[in-house]
Design a protein around this ligand. Structure first.
Ligand code: ZN
Ligand code: ZN
Length: 353
């Protein structure tokens, strides 16, 4: 199997470089009489920028520094070692890359050599081990600390980008490697944009501010959303906030091993339906989070996949009333054998600044 998606390579070997191809050989695939590799140990190909780093970081694989494109060298290695076919991750391989890979396999084998398989490593990555949970917990805790500090910086007249810049500066200063996605600061009518990246708009005297952000810490992503209000709120705004909060808590309460992702989504959606707000909840309830900000499982309507202990997911219902306002509340939640553990315990109480 050929693995080139950097997060998958990192997950399997520890190597954090941006350019790598990992081959996981299967001895039974070797052609009889072919010059077999001394062992069936995985081989990692990377380029000259990573000579030292690859040696320091890589576990469970031999390292070969490629002179040309890593994928070309990986193909040459497979041909030399008599491999007859190779599985690749169809979800992260472009048509152009597959075309290139095929050109590097000689002769008749070319057509049938590469076979797409479902994202096997992505499946493994859904259940986090103890070390990963420790890192995710630390990332989430850093996010919470940043939010508390940020509350003292939010005031009408300040621009959204200033709020985001303060948050990001504080994150880096506190040890984050970076943000896990582009920070969302969406204020006033812009709060009705589910992905309202921070702009030059000034925070209003009255209205919501949706803050959705995450940090990268030791390779792992955090993700949380809080919605605060500037000035006095209307009844409609308060009602929407508490409906979203109730929906969010209902979905968290539904998180248990064996429960389907669709059932968790429905727990949130049902609350908003009763509040006559379900039409304004226009996205899914959550997603897995780990080395990447969005990974499996998908917490969405009709998803039959069942939750398992060790999964870390977000629960983030929201409602968005176009031209008026929006509210979203998001936590990271660890699925355990018993009660779910909220990794982002920052306050969700109504906050009026
Ligand atoms: Zn988020
Ligand atoms: Zn999220």
């Amino acid at each position: 199997m050929l693995i080139a998606h950097p997060c998958d390579v990192r997950y399997l070997t520890g190597f954090t470089g941006s350019n790598a191809a990992l081959i996981l050989p299967n001895s039974s695939e070797l052609r009889k009489g072919a010059r077999a590799p001394r062992s069936v140990k995985p081989v990692l190909f990377t380029d000259g920028r990573y000579i030292q780093q690859a040696k320091q970081e890589t576990k469970h694989a031999g390292v070969i520094i490629a002179q040309g494109p890593v994928l070309r060298e990986a193909c040459a290695w497979m041909v030399i070692h008599g491999m007859r076919r190779c599985a690749f991750d169809g979800e992260h391989t472009t048509v152009a890359t597959l075309d290139m890979l095929r050109r590097w396999i000689p002769g008749k084998q070319r057509r049938s050599f590469f076979q797409a398989v479902p994202a096997l490593v992505a499946g493994l990555r859904e259940r986090k081990d103890a070390e990963e949970i420790t890192r995710l917990r630390a990332a989430a805790q850093l996010g919470c600390a940043l939010f508390e500090d940020l509350l003292t910086r939010i005031e009408s007249g300040k621009r959204e980008v200033e709020v985001a810049a303060h948050l990001e500066f504080a994150a880096r200063t506190a040890g984050a490697e970076g943000m896990s996605f582009e920070t969302i600061v969406a204020s006033g009518a812009r709060s009705a944009l589910p992905h309202g990246h921070a702009t030059g708009q000034r925070l209003p005297r009255r209205g919501f501010v949706v803050l959705d952000f995450g940090v990268m810490f030791q390779g792992y992503c955090s993700d949380m959303t809080r919605t605060v209000h500037l000035g006095r709120a209307t009844m409609a705004e308060r009602d929407a906030y508490f409906a979203v909060l109730e929906a969010q808590m209902a979905a968290i309460a539904a998180v248990k091993p064996g429960v389907s992702c669709g059932e968790v989504d429905e727990a949130a959606r049902g609350v908003l339906r009763r509040a006559k707000l379900a039409d304004f909840f226009t996205h899914s309830t959550g997603h897995g989070v780990g080395l990447e900000i969005h990974e499996g499982p998908r917490i969405a309507a009709r998803q039959l996949q069942q939750l398992e202990p060790g999964m870390v997911i977000t629960i983030e219902p929201g409602v968005y009333l176009p031209g008026r306002f929006g509210v979203r509340i998001e936590d990271m939640v660890l699925v355990t054998r018993s009660e779910p553990e909220i990794l982002t315990p920052a306050t969700k109480a109504w906050i009026e600044l």
